[in-house]
Design a binder for this molecule. Structure first.
Ligand SMILES: [Zn+2]
Length: 59
């Protein structure tokens, strides 16, 4: 594990590539890059990680 930069407040998102596979939004990456250059989970295929809802069936 390389810990060089400490400016990133959040760990890189860890998308489920199985879900991202057929996604046209993120092209299979599971993450998208915002205009600020931040990586975030693709809203189209990645379920929101434990927000308020727990109704998302996991495989
Ligand atoms: Zn996606």
């Amino acid at each position: 594990m390389a810990h060089g930069a400490h400016r990133t407040p959040l760990l890189p998102p860890r998308p489920d590539l199985g879900l991202a596979r057929d996604c046209e939004v993120c092209l299979g990456w599971g993450t998208v890059v915002t205009r600020d250059g931040d990586h975030e989970l693709c809203h189209a295929c990645q379920a929101a990680p434990a927000d308020d809802r727990d109704a998302i069936p996991s495989d």
